[in-house]
Design a protein. Structure first.
Lengths: 324, 874
């Protein structure tokens, strides 16, 4: 099968492209910088319709991961990468006659801040999603699913908190903070959270490429299906990296207020660096979000192969090897 | 008679021959009401006047039957929306709004009860309603529905009544609230001039109704003109003998006695309008009626107990001739069971002790026999009739024992609700059992007065005269006994007459009354006697109070230690030894909590006491098995005793039995091994479904986990005043669903894995708690554990809450367990565990102080793990 993967420079995009290659698919990747993957490559911006159309030519399926994932920066950047980028991909699929689109989304598109315990994939809600990233991803998912038709099958897949060796987003930031002694537990640390080991997320996307068609027009949350208290997850990640776990506790309300202040300060001063805390982050770390995986597993014919324990062990081995 | 049908939305205006211009407005949307049910019908009455009716009608053609649902005042057919939705296949449901009420046409003049009954008949004729019909009535709709029923006997298949009255019970002044509303000058102001009456009715609901539902009830009564019939309805209640509607109401009330169709009473006991007296009056007029009391529900029963709709649907489909399988009648037995007091008669000349109160009275078999005979005759002479119910509010004592056997001898029914239920629970229990008489100690009298029980009171001898009168006791037990000397002995009741109502612990919801017949009680006694090879040479010490009552029936002398039954842990080794010495006991019945204290105080025993304890051959533990370590320690105190644990419940006891040796031989497994079913007891499993329910065919196959079902001659006859609960627990007919979950092993032993509502429904299938808890409790440093589910049904995750050894304090506050403890518990659990939490203690039930309230643990864990501002407490 000929498959285009957008955003193959990130951990999940790269792992997905590798998984497709490993099973013999004809893979093309699209991103701004060279990926050094052993496959066809189109360099360009995902919001550039010409570049995307070129990449999508003669493809059977597109896995669309390219997105701006962050907590700061002006809204326009998120709009361009996430909303305009997804529209360009949808248009390219239609224009080039691509039959399947796997749109990679996020559970945060349906998260308005309340605890989510064992829920399915609720509809994306741009009006109530928190932060620029979640709001623009919510719009993008609605756009993508609206394009679902007889000629183009669309599936939205929402991997939740993807982590693994080489991850600079979640694991990298937590470990850096822990090493600097600036990693508190927010709230009681009891909130149950689901996470997804990267190989499982990639396998789910590969399964989605195959399932897309018979299954279409819906959103599916993907996770390891092993929720744990958030304090325990962070502790395990830190232990795998040989970093000290959180020692201080910050009450949720204090963290949330600090987030509000920090966001204001960053907005006023136009700082681009990652702030120490945001309201979104405080909520994410202090409220439960774990998901009912039954529909996902049935629809994709997929189940996570790497259990949480195994994931932590692999992460520890990777950190040990990097340190050596 | 003519009728035209139109859609409600078009607001018909034709055929208003009565000259009233009111038109039926288009109905706005109301929660739960399908607009397709709503229609209007124009019907001429006997005078030729034509009226527009608003009717809910599910429109089933050629129905197998019709439910004719009649609302009261001031509601409308909206009251019946759940029943319309729950109608069984093939059943038509017709629910009209009375003329002048709801969305039916407004009237120029009040209508009498007689007219309203006739109106309903005109309407059903116009709608083509023919048999079979089941009437359903609420509030004043009850009387109208019964009026219809009496006028249509040929079509009538059954009657259902909810919180209604057909007559003012003797000495009653009518429902106080309605009388207040009927007072001169008040009625019009309250019922018509303002929406107070309309709004107050829905405000009675418990739990409170959603605002949208209250608004829906009030919607047709928005203006004084639209409320006119609300006031007229109140005015038509015949409080006084001269009232024009009185003869019709009395004719209906008397006619009800002649109804021979099945009847179902559904009742909200918290009704401030129609209280217990009205229920008692209805039961007296319809003695064959099935009853379900929805504890906690108030006047608006169809709102407060929405499950009523399914109960009605089930009841009508089970009516005779409905084509469904009818429950097999209990195997009729010609041989009458031996009386429960047979041993008293046999040992009438025996001067050896039958009942010993340690530190108090000793009663010989001969004395007990005489006392019971006299008391029984006295009770009968003073108005205790066969089949009547006698509540016992007496601490374990010789008086209590004598009272129990005397009540039985008089053919009456004992009602036992113990202090473990708390005063509120006891009040609810004794009211639901509708006790006719109570026998009370001083404390019991005070409780009976506080509970306001409408029953005649008999005081035990220990109550001094002054407080006795102050507390409203009419007679003393001694007076009754005196009266019985020379009075004729009561007739022996038939074998299938009720003999006892016992209450469950109420650990999950209100305590349920469990009814036993004489035959079932006799079967229980025979089973206990046979299982434990009890002979007249045995003597019993019952440190678990209810069991002490059975001593005389088992034909063995019994000693009751001088301890508080609600504090089993207060029994010391010396207390036990004293009780054992008093009767030369061979059998001891005690809870593990009591035995723990006995072991702890064993050092205080004298040599003579140790010798007495050496004569005990059998130790039966109540409630829970004796842990191995405790058993080992008990060998020092009770060296010759074989330890046995019967398994059973209030509804069936015992079901199985297991000895300590058998527990050891069974080893570890999934759950607690409770042994093999006893002789004559069938145990089967109803396999668990993925959603944690169990309702399929029963199996005896080993290794299948599901609800434990029991069939035996000594299983309860029924639940009292809980028709729907009884039906649900008796599937298939003849079996009792225990609510326990477990499996049978290849050796035929039963293993209990938890309670049905505590099953965790994970995406991978149902998971039972006890096995996980046992394995967690074997982790070093863990004193106790509770395994619960968190998350939505079918997608739950397992959470284990552990009490670390040496955890101090009584705090139930939860914390996330440290990584080492979490790892150890996860490794031991045998299932995927999302979180391991700790607490200093776990919530337990009141009666046994040992059963963990997993529902409460689950609710707390769910809140904690949702992470809502947990930071506030850190």
């Amino acid at each position: 099968m000929r498959v285009l993967v957008t955003g193959a420079s990130g951990m999940l995009g790269r792992t997905t492209a590798e998984a497709l290659l490993a099973r013999g698919d004809d893979v093309t990747v699209l991103q701004r910088r060279p990926s050094r993957l052993p496959c066809a490559e189109v360099l360009g911006d995902v919001a550039d319709p010409d570049a995307v159309a070129r990449a999508a030519r003669r493809q059977d399926a597109v896995v669309h991961l390219a997105a701006k994932v962050d907590v700061t920066g002006p809204r326009a950047e998120y709009e361009r990468a996430n909303v305009a980028g997804t529209r360009a991909v949808v248009d390219a699929c239609r224009g080039q006659g691509v039959g399947r689109l796997v749109h990679v989304s996020s559970p945060s598109v349906a998260h308005a801040g309340a605890a989510l315990a064992g829920v399915g994939a609720e509809p994306a809600d741009p009006a109530h999603a928190r932060g620029h990233y979640s709001r623009t991803k919510a719009v993008a998912e609605l756009d993508a699913l609206a394009a679902d038709s007889a000629s183009l099958a669309v599936l939205a897949v929402r991997p939740h908190l993807v982590w693994g060796p080489g991850d600079t987003q979640l694991v990298g930031r937590i470990v850096a903070r822990a090493r600097a002694g600036r990693l508190p537990t927010i709230g009681s640390g009891a909130a149950l959270v689901d996470t997804t080991y990267v190989d499982n997320a990639a396998a789910a996307l590969v399964a989605a490429v195959d399932a897309c068609g018979p299954v279409h027009g819906e959103a599916l949350v993907v996770s390891n299906g092993e929720p744990r208290p958030v304090g325990e997850v962070i502790d395990r990640l830190c232990r795998a990296a040989g970093a000290p776990g959180p020692r201080r506790r910050v009450p949720f309300r204090a963290a949330w207020l600090a987030g509000a202040v920090v966001e204001g300060a960053w907005a006023v001063t136009g700082r681009r660096s990652t702030p120490p805390v945001t309201r979104f982050l405080a909520e994410q770390l202090a409220t439960a979000h774990w998901f009912d995986q039954r529909r996902t597993r049935e629809a994709l014919g997929w189940a996570p192969r790497v259990r949480l324990e195994e994931g932590f062990a692999r992460l520890a081995a990777w950190y040990a090897a990097s340190a050596a | 008679m003519t009728a035209t049908r139109t859609d409600t939305g078009t607001a018909p205006g034709t055929g208003t021959g009565a000259g009233t211009a009111a038109r039926i407005p288009a109905l706005p949307p109301f929660p739960g009401l399908d607009p397709a049910w709503s229609r209007t019908v124009t019907v001429a009455d006997s005078t030729g006047a034509r009226h527009e009716w608003h009717v809910l009608d599910n429109g089933v053609a050629d129905p197998v039957g019709t439910l004719l649902c009649v609302h009261g005042n001031p509601t409308w057919s909206y009251l019946w929306r759940l029943l319309v939705a729950a109608a069984p296949p093939g059943w038509r449901v017709v629910a009209p709004d009375h003329l002048g009420m709801g969305w039916s046409q407004r009237l120029d003049a009040p209508r009498t009860l007689e007219q309203r009954v006739a109106d309903l008949g005109d309407l059903t004729a116009a709608l083509g309603v023919t048999g079979p019909v089941v009437t359903v009535g609420h509030d004043w709709g009850g009387v109208i529905s019964l009026g219809w029923a009496l006028a249509h006997r040929a079509d009538l298949r059954g009657v259902v009544l909810c919180n209604t009255a057909v007559a003012m019970p003797e000495g009653d002044w009518g429902p106080v609230l309605i009388r207040a509303a009927d007072a001169p000058g008040v009625r019009t102001a309250v019922t018509v001039g303002t929406p107070v009456f309309v709004r107050a009715t829905t405000a009675l609901s418990r739990p409170p109704l959603p605002r949208a539902v209250r608004d829906a009830f009030a919607a047709p009564y928005a203006t004084a003109a639209r409320r006119r019939a609300v006031g007229d309805f109140v005015a038509d209640i015949p409080f006084s003998p001269g009232h024009p509607s009185r003869p019709v109401q009395e004719a209906i009330a008397e006619g009800v006695r002649t109804l021979d169709v099945p009847a179902l009473l559904l009742w909200g006991p918290r009704d401030p309008v129609f209280g217990e007296r009205y229920l008692a009056d209805l039961r007296e007029r319809l003695p064959h009626a099935a009853l379900h009391r929805y504890e906690g529900a108030s006047h608006l029963l169809p709102e407060d107990a929405p499950q009523y709709a399914d109960a009605v649907a089930q009841w009508v489909t089970e009516l005779p001739g409905s084509g469904t399988v009818e429950p097999a009648p209990p195997a009729a037995s010609d041989d009458d069971p031996p009386p429960l007091w047979a041993s008293l008669t046999e040992r009438a000349g025996d001067e050896s002790p039958a009942v010993v109160e340690v530190g108090g009275e000793t009663v010989s078999w001969a004395q007990l026999h005489r006392r019971v005979e006299h008391l029984a005759a006295g009770l009968a002479a003073s108005g205790v009739r066969p089949g009547q119910r006698v509540g016992l509010l007496v601490e374990p004592s010789a008086d209590l024992t004598a009272a129990v056997y005397a009540v039985w001898r008089a053919g009456a029914v004992i009602v036992v609700a113990d202090k473990g239920l708390g005063l509120r629970g006891m009040r609810r229990a004794l009211r639901s059992a509708a006790v006719d008489h109570v026998v009370c100690s001083t404390a019991g009298l005070a409780a009976a007065r506080l509970m306001g029980l409408p029953a005649s009171r008999i005081a035990t001898g220990s109550v001094p005269a002054l407080p006795r009168r102050a507390l409203g006791a009419v007679r003393t037990l001694a007076e009754v006994e005196d009266a019985g000397r020379g009075a004729p002995a009561p007739v022996v009741p038939p074998g299938d007459a009720d003999c006892a109502v016992l209450f469950t612990s109420g650990a999950t919801g209100p305590a349920k009354g469990v009814v036993y017949t004489r035959r079932q009680a006799a079967a229980q006694l025979a089973l206990v006697r046979g299982t434990y090879r009890l002979t007249p040479e045995d003597r019993l010490v019952a440190a678990f109070a209810p069991f002490a009552l059975l001593g005389p029936a088992l034909g063995i002398g019994t000693a009751v230690p001088d301890i508080d039954i609600t504090a089993p842990g207060s029994l010391t080794a010396r207390d036990l030894a004293e009780a054992v010495s008093a009767v030369g006991a061979t059998v001891v019945f005690a809870s593990p909590a009591a035995l723990r204290r006995v072991v702890a105080t064993a050092a205080d025993l004298t040599a003579a006491q140790r010798t007495a304890l050496g004569g005990v051959r059998l130790l039966m533990s109540a409630g829970a098995p004796v842990p191995a370590a405790l058993l080992e320690a008990l060998r020092d105190v009770l060296p010759s005793a074989e330890a046995h644990t019967p398994y059973g419940m209030t509804e069936a006891l015992p079901v199985t039995d297991v000895s300590a040796a058998e527990v050891a031989a069974a080893g570890e497994g999934e759950g607690v091994c409770v042994g093999r079913p006893l002789a004559g007891v069938d145990v089967r499993i109803s396999p668990l479904r993925a959603d944690g329910g169990a309702d399929g065919d029963l199996t005896g196959a080993p290794g299948v986990t599901g609800e434990v079902c029991v069939r035996a001659a000594h299983v309860r006859d029924r639940y009292d005043a809980l028709w729907a609960t009884d039906r649900a627990a008796s599937r298939p007919p003849g079996w009792h669903r225990t609510g326990d979950v477990g499996h049978l092993d290849a050796e035929g032993r039963l293993w209990i894995e938890g309670r049905l509502p505590h099953v965790v429904t994970t995406a991978a299938g149902p998971v039972t708690p006890v096995g996980i808890e046992q394995r967690a409790e074997r982790v070093p440093g863990v004193a106790a554990a509770a395994a619960v589910g968190v998350g939505p049904a079918g997608g739950q995750v397992v959470v284990v809450v552990v009490v670390p050894e040496g955890a101090g304090g009584r705090s139930r506050r939860l914390r996330v367990a440290g990584p080492d403890l979490a790892d150890a518990v996860r490794a031991a659990a045998g299932v995927e565990v999302a979180a391991v939490l700790t607490a200093a203690r776990l919530p337990v039930d009141i009666r046994h102080q040992s059963k963990v309230d997993r529902r409460q643990v689950a609710a707390r864990a769910a809140r904690f793990l949702a992470g809502r501002p947990g930071g506030r407490r850190s």
